[in-house]
Write a protein that binds this ligand. Structure first.
Ligand code: HEC
Length: 216
């Protein structure tokens, strides 16, 4: 009995110390203060296992279907290049400040189609990677997976040919390209401005150094 009281006491004390530390503000949540190596490794293991377990039973459609690839090209150009780049698409201010940095998806990656689908559909917590399944059906997301299979083989000309007819205007994601958030945002609007073009209004009008016209 005495032992149990001791164990409970130690656990309560440890909990109090942890709570006190959390409340003290010692932990730096800044995106420009990288994690320790050990934290990065732990987070990577948790992320990879979580994705692998959840993607294991997904049935993958025919990713060589040209219609599916074309559908993905349209969505990719409108929704993804601001964070993941593309051949002939230059880097931008928003992407450079994101932590973790979104990978350049025009480089070959060691990632199965099922896992890629799961990530695009559900997004990744606390990373800036949105859950596109909230606004898109599975077919659109498989299209993105099919297109991503091809993307590393494309140069700027082929990429442009694939995406030129895309109704980019159908998407209000243009804020990706503009690095809006550096100018006049209040910090908390970083992702809102980046991922929900509509809300960029809240950031206000401003001049952009690259002279790009803003439609808000
Ligand atoms: C606002 C920025 C942002 C946008 C827009 C965005 N992503 Fe991401 N994405 C990220 C970040 C950040 C990561 C990395 C997360 C991590 O490492 O934990 C990521 C990771 C991914 C990965 C996993 C890469 C890998 O192999 O590890 C895929 C696939 C992906 N995104 C696809 C897409 C697609 C497709 C779109 C467009 C429909 C998109 N993303 C739009 C930020 C974004």
């Amino acid at each position: 009995m005495k032992k149990v009281v001791w164990i409970v006491g130690v656990l309560v004390a440890a909990g109090a110390v942890a709570l006190g530390w959390a409340y003290s503000g010692q932990y730096n949540v800044a995106a420009d203060a990288p994690h320790w190596d050990v934290t990065t490794r732990a987070l990577a293991t948790i992320r990879e296992r979580s994705i692998a377990v959840r993607a294991a039973d997904l049935a993958v459609p025919n990713l060589a279907d040209p219609a599916l690839i074309a559908l993905g090209a349209e969505h990719y150009a409108g929704m993804c290049t601001g964070c993941h780049l593309a051949p002939g698409v230059g880097d931008n201010e928003m992407r450079q400040g994101l932590y973790p940095q979104p990978p350049n998806l025009s480089q070959p990656r060691d990632r199965s189609p099922a896992e890629t689908f799961w990530i695009i559909k559900h997004g990744l917590k606390m990373s800036g990677m949105p859950a596109w399944g909230v606004t898109h059906d599975d077919e659109a997301i498989w299209g993105l997976v099919a297109f991503l299979q091809q993307l590393p083989t494309m140069d700027a000309t082929v990429y442009a040919a694939f995406t030129q007819d895309t109704g980019e205007a159908d998407h209000d994601q243009d804020a990706h390209e503009h690095g809006d958030t550096e100018h006049g945002g209040d910090g908390s609007s970083t992702l809102a401005g980046a991922t929900m073009g509509g809300s960029a209004d809240a950031v206000g009008t401003h001049e952009h150094p690259d002279g790009e016209r803003h439609d808000h």
